[in-house]
Write a protein that binds this ligand. Structure first.
Ligand code: PGA
Length: 277
Protein backbone atom coordinates (compact mmCIF):
# COMPACT_ATOMS: atom_id res chain seq x y z
CA UNK A 1 0.00 0.00 0.00
CA UNK A 2 1.53 3.32 -0.91
CA UNK A 3 2.04 6.19 1.49
CA UNK A 4 -0.72 8.29 -0.08
CA UNK A 5 -3.31 5.59 0.56
CA UNK A 6 -2.17 5.19 4.17
CA UNK A 7 -2.43 8.96 4.69
CA UNK A 8 -5.94 8.99 3.20
CA UNK A 9 -7.03 6.19 5.53
CA UNK A 10 -5.59 7.98 8.58
CA UNK A 11 -7.34 11.24 7.60
CA UNK A 12 -10.65 9.42 7.07
CA UNK A 13 -10.30 7.79 10.49
CA UNK A 14 -9.61 11.15 12.16
CA UNK A 15 -12.54 12.77 10.36
CA UNK A 16 -14.87 9.95 11.41
CA UNK A 17 -13.84 10.05 15.05
CA UNK A 18 -14.22 13.85 15.06
CA UNK A 19 -17.73 13.50 13.65
CA UNK A 20 -18.65 10.85 16.21
CA UNK A 21 -17.21 12.79 19.14
CA UNK A 22 -18.91 16.09 18.45
CA UNK A 23 -22.67 16.27 18.42
CA UNK A 24 -24.32 18.64 15.96
CA UNK A 25 -23.26 22.31 15.86
CA UNK A 26 -20.08 21.66 17.83
CA UNK A 27 -21.83 20.98 21.14
CA UNK A 28 -19.72 18.89 23.51
CA UNK A 29 -21.54 15.86 24.88
CA UNK A 30 -22.19 15.85 28.63
CA UNK A 31 -22.62 12.52 30.44
CA UNK A 32 -23.99 12.74 33.97
CA UNK A 33 -24.24 10.02 36.61
CA UNK A 34 -27.15 10.65 38.96
CA UNK A 35 -26.52 8.41 41.96
CA UNK A 36 -29.82 9.33 43.67
CA UNK A 37 -30.05 7.80 47.20
CA UNK A 38 -27.02 5.53 46.65
CA UNK A 39 -24.65 4.08 47.73
CA UNK A 40 -24.94 3.42 51.48
CA UNK A 41 -21.50 4.33 52.80
CA UNK A 42 -18.68 6.82 52.28
CA UNK A 43 -16.35 3.97 51.39
CA UNK A 44 -18.65 2.68 48.66
CA UNK A 45 -19.10 6.21 47.30
CA UNK A 46 -15.38 6.99 47.19
CA UNK A 47 -14.63 3.59 45.64
CA UNK A 48 -17.20 4.19 42.91
CA UNK A 49 -15.87 7.69 42.22
CA UNK A 50 -12.27 6.44 42.12
CA UNK A 51 -13.21 3.68 39.71
CA UNK A 52 -15.18 6.06 37.45
CA UNK A 53 -12.21 8.44 37.33
CA UNK A 54 -9.80 5.60 36.59
CA UNK A 55 -11.86 4.07 33.80
CA UNK A 56 -12.74 7.36 32.11
CA UNK A 57 -9.18 8.67 32.27
CA UNK A 58 -8.08 9.92 28.88
CA UNK A 59 -11.60 10.85 27.72
CA UNK A 60 -11.19 14.41 26.49
CA UNK A 61 -14.09 14.86 24.09
CA UNK A 62 -16.99 14.34 26.50
CA UNK A 63 -17.75 16.25 29.71
CA UNK A 64 -18.40 13.95 32.67
CA UNK A 65 -20.16 14.74 35.92
CA UNK A 66 -21.27 12.62 38.86
CA UNK A 67 -24.02 13.60 41.29
CA UNK A 68 -23.49 11.83 44.64
CA UNK A 69 -25.80 12.39 47.66
CA UNK A 70 -24.85 15.52 49.62
CA UNK A 71 -23.01 13.80 52.52
CA UNK A 72 -20.62 12.19 50.01
CA UNK A 73 -19.76 15.34 48.03
CA UNK A 74 -16.67 16.20 50.05
CA UNK A 75 -15.05 12.74 50.19
CA UNK A 76 -15.93 12.08 46.54
CA UNK A 77 -14.43 15.41 45.50
CA UNK A 78 -11.09 14.47 47.04
CA UNK A 79 -11.00 11.46 44.68
CA UNK A 80 -11.92 13.32 41.48
CA UNK A 81 -10.60 16.87 41.84
CA UNK A 82 -7.48 16.16 39.79
CA UNK A 83 -9.37 14.17 37.13
CA UNK A 84 -11.69 14.98 34.23
CA UNK A 85 -14.76 13.96 36.26
CA UNK A 86 -16.71 16.87 37.67
CA UNK A 87 -18.99 17.09 40.67
CA UNK A 88 -22.66 17.98 40.85
CA UNK A 89 -25.33 18.38 43.53
CA UNK A 90 -28.66 16.57 43.22
CA UNK A 91 -30.67 19.47 44.60
CA UNK A 92 -30.35 22.86 46.30
CA UNK A 93 -32.45 25.50 48.01
CA UNK A 94 -32.97 28.97 46.60
CA UNK A 95 -32.18 30.86 49.81
CA UNK A 96 -28.56 31.55 50.80
CA UNK A 97 -28.74 31.06 54.55
CA UNK A 98 -31.03 31.10 57.55
CA UNK A 99 -33.70 29.04 59.24
CA UNK A 100 -34.33 26.39 56.54
CA UNK A 101 -33.79 23.06 58.26
CA UNK A 102 -32.56 20.34 55.94
CA UNK A 103 -31.75 22.68 53.08
CA UNK A 104 -28.47 22.97 51.16
CA UNK A 105 -27.45 26.24 49.52
CA UNK A 106 -25.77 26.80 46.16
CA UNK A 107 -22.91 28.56 47.98
CA UNK A 108 -22.27 25.38 50.01
CA UNK A 109 -22.34 23.27 46.85
CA UNK A 110 -19.87 25.55 45.11
CA UNK A 111 -17.65 25.59 48.17
CA UNK A 112 -17.30 21.79 48.14
CA UNK A 113 -16.40 21.66 44.45
CA UNK A 114 -19.73 21.23 42.64
CA UNK A 115 -20.00 22.62 39.11
CA UNK A 116 -23.50 21.39 38.25
CA UNK A 117 -26.79 21.20 40.15
CA UNK A 118 -29.83 19.14 39.14
CA UNK A 119 -32.99 21.24 39.21
CA UNK A 120 -36.49 19.81 38.91
CA UNK A 121 -35.67 16.13 38.64
CA UNK A 122 -38.99 14.27 38.28
CA UNK A 123 -38.45 12.51 41.62
CA UNK A 124 -38.12 15.92 43.30
CA UNK A 125 -41.20 17.16 41.45
CA UNK A 126 -43.37 14.18 42.37
CA UNK A 127 -42.06 12.97 45.76
CA UNK A 128 -40.88 16.25 47.26
CA UNK A 129 -43.45 18.54 45.63
CA UNK A 130 -40.98 20.88 43.93
CA UNK A 131 -43.22 23.02 41.72
CA UNK A 132 -42.24 25.13 38.72
CA UNK A 133 -42.09 28.30 40.84
CA UNK A 134 -39.54 26.75 43.21
CA UNK A 135 -37.61 25.17 40.34
CA UNK A 136 -37.40 28.53 38.59
CA UNK A 137 -35.99 30.11 41.76
CA UNK A 138 -33.47 27.29 42.08
CA UNK A 139 -32.34 27.61 38.44
CA UNK A 140 -31.79 31.36 38.91
CA UNK A 141 -29.96 30.88 42.20
CA UNK A 142 -27.66 28.23 40.69
CA UNK A 143 -26.86 30.58 37.80
CA UNK A 144 -26.19 33.53 40.14
CA UNK A 145 -23.74 31.28 42.01
CA UNK A 146 -21.83 30.70 38.76
CA UNK A 147 -22.84 27.03 38.58
CA UNK A 148 -24.63 25.16 35.80
CA UNK A 149 -28.21 24.07 36.41
CA UNK A 150 -29.25 20.82 34.76
CA UNK A 151 -32.95 21.50 34.33
CA UNK A 152 -34.86 18.21 34.16
CA UNK A 153 -38.10 18.06 32.16
CA UNK A 154 -40.45 15.39 30.99
CA UNK A 155 -43.96 14.05 30.83
CA UNK A 156 -45.63 11.25 32.82
CA UNK A 157 -46.89 8.02 31.24
CA UNK A 158 -50.48 9.33 31.13
CA UNK A 159 -49.34 12.56 29.50
CA UNK A 160 -47.24 10.61 26.98
CA UNK A 161 -50.15 8.34 26.11
CA UNK A 162 -52.39 11.37 25.68
CA UNK A 163 -49.86 12.81 23.20
CA UNK A 164 -49.04 15.73 25.49
CA UNK A 165 -45.24 15.46 25.68
CA UNK A 166 -44.64 18.68 23.75
CA UNK A 167 -47.20 20.63 25.77
CA UNK A 168 -45.82 19.44 29.13
CA UNK A 169 -42.23 20.26 28.14
CA UNK A 170 -43.27 23.67 26.81
CA UNK A 171 -44.95 24.61 30.09
CA UNK A 172 -41.95 23.42 32.12
CA UNK A 173 -39.43 25.24 29.90
CA UNK A 174 -41.34 28.51 30.01
CA UNK A 175 -42.12 28.47 33.74
CA UNK A 176 -38.73 27.14 34.89
CA UNK A 177 -36.77 29.66 32.79
CA UNK A 178 -38.86 32.70 33.71
CA UNK A 179 -36.57 35.77 33.94
CA UNK A 180 -33.46 33.82 32.94
CA UNK A 181 -31.45 36.20 30.75
CA UNK A 182 -29.94 35.25 27.35
CA UNK A 183 -26.47 35.49 28.89
CA UNK A 184 -27.45 33.15 31.71
CA UNK A 185 -29.15 30.80 29.26
CA UNK A 186 -25.75 29.96 27.75
CA UNK A 187 -25.05 28.17 31.04
CA UNK A 188 -28.25 26.15 31.27
CA UNK A 189 -28.30 22.44 30.44
CA UNK A 190 -31.57 20.53 29.91
CA UNK A 191 -32.19 16.89 30.67
CA UNK A 192 -35.28 15.56 28.90
CA UNK A 193 -36.36 12.59 30.99
CA UNK A 194 -39.73 11.04 30.19
CA UNK A 195 -40.94 10.05 33.66
CA UNK A 196 -42.24 6.69 32.39
CA UNK A 197 -38.73 5.75 31.18
CA UNK A 198 -36.91 6.53 34.44
CA UNK A 199 -35.75 3.43 36.28
CA UNK A 200 -38.31 1.29 34.46
CA UNK A 201 -36.17 -0.24 31.73
CA UNK A 202 -38.64 1.27 29.24
CA UNK A 203 -36.57 3.28 26.81
CA UNK A 204 -38.14 6.11 24.90
CA UNK A 205 -37.58 5.28 21.20
CA UNK A 206 -34.60 7.33 20.03
CA UNK A 207 -36.64 8.91 17.23
CA UNK A 208 -39.34 10.04 19.69
CA UNK A 209 -36.68 11.47 22.04
CA UNK A 210 -35.06 13.25 19.09
CA UNK A 211 -38.38 14.81 18.15
CA UNK A 212 -38.90 16.15 21.70
CA UNK A 213 -35.30 17.41 21.89
CA UNK A 214 -35.78 19.22 18.60
CA UNK A 215 -38.96 20.76 19.99
CA UNK A 216 -37.21 21.88 23.22
CA UNK A 217 -34.45 23.44 21.12
CA UNK A 218 -37.08 25.24 19.03
CA UNK A 219 -38.51 26.73 22.25
CA UNK A 220 -35.05 28.01 23.21
CA UNK A 221 -34.61 29.46 19.71
CA UNK A 222 -37.97 31.21 19.98
CA UNK A 223 -37.18 32.67 23.41
CA UNK A 224 -33.44 33.36 23.06
CA UNK A 225 -32.56 33.24 19.36
CA UNK A 226 -30.89 30.79 17.00
CA UNK A 227 -27.32 31.17 18.26
CA UNK A 228 -28.20 30.32 21.87
CA UNK A 229 -30.52 27.52 20.71
CA UNK A 230 -27.70 25.93 18.73
CA UNK A 231 -25.36 26.02 21.72
CA UNK A 232 -27.78 24.58 24.30
CA UNK A 233 -26.93 21.12 25.61
CA UNK A 234 -29.98 18.85 25.89
CA UNK A 235 -29.35 15.52 27.60
CA UNK A 236 -31.65 12.51 27.41
CA UNK A 237 -32.38 10.51 30.55
CA UNK A 238 -34.41 7.38 31.25
CA UNK A 239 -33.00 3.82 31.31
CA UNK A 240 -29.85 4.71 29.39
CA UNK A 241 -27.57 1.66 29.26
CA UNK A 242 -24.36 0.71 27.42
CA UNK A 243 -26.37 -1.15 24.80
CA UNK A 244 -28.74 1.68 23.86
CA UNK A 245 -26.51 4.74 24.29
CA UNK A 246 -25.09 4.68 20.79
CA UNK A 247 -28.48 4.84 19.12
CA UNK A 248 -29.61 7.62 21.47
CA UNK A 249 -26.42 9.63 20.95
CA UNK A 250 -26.76 9.17 17.19
CA UNK A 251 -29.68 11.63 17.20
CA UNK A 252 -28.72 15.16 16.12
CA UNK A 253 -30.40 17.03 18.99
CA UNK A 254 -29.33 14.67 21.80
CA UNK A 255 -26.18 16.04 23.39
CA UNK A 256 -25.52 13.67 26.25
CA UNK A 257 -27.27 11.51 28.82
CA UNK A 258 -28.31 11.72 32.44
CA UNK A 259 -27.86 8.21 33.76
CA UNK A 260 -29.33 6.75 36.96
CA UNK A 261 -29.10 2.99 37.53
CA UNK A 262 -26.28 2.34 35.06
CA UNK A 263 -24.16 5.07 36.68
CA UNK A 264 -23.88 3.02 39.88
CA UNK A 265 -21.58 0.59 38.13
CA UNK A 266 -18.31 2.21 37.05
CA UNK A 267 -17.85 -0.15 34.10
CA UNK A 268 -21.25 0.45 32.60
CA UNK A 269 -21.00 4.22 33.18
CA UNK A 270 -17.60 4.18 31.49
CA UNK A 271 -19.08 2.37 28.48
CA UNK A 272 -21.78 5.05 28.28
CA UNK A 273 -19.19 7.83 28.50
CA UNK A 274 -17.21 6.09 25.74
CA UNK A 275 -20.28 5.61 23.53
CA UNK A 276 -18.30 6.63 20.47
CA UNK A 277 -15.43 4.17 20.82
P1 PGA B 1 -32.38 5.77 35.12
O1 PGA B 1 -32.51 7.22 35.84
O2 PGA B 1 -31.19 5.83 34.20
O3 PGA B 1 -32.20 4.80 36.25
O4 PGA B 1 -33.65 5.55 34.37
C1 PGA B 1 -32.29 8.41 35.13
C2 PGA B 1 -32.53 9.62 36.01
O5 PGA B 1 -33.45 9.60 36.83
O6 PGA B 1 -31.81 10.63 35.93
Amino acid sequence: MNLFLVLCLVCAQIALSFKLNMVADGRRPLMGGNWKLNPKTTLEATNLATEVAKLTKGVTDVDICIFPPHPFLVPVYTKIEATNVQLGGQNCYFESEGAYTGAVSTCMLRDVGAKYVLCGHSERRSLFKDDDGAINRKVKKVLKEGLTPVLCLGETKEEYEAGLNHEVCAVQVMKDLKDVTPEEMLNVVFAYEPVWAIGTGLVCPATVAQEVHQFIRSLVVKKYGTEIGKKTIIQYGGSVKPDNVKEIMGMPDIDGCLVGGAALNAESFNKIVRFNQ
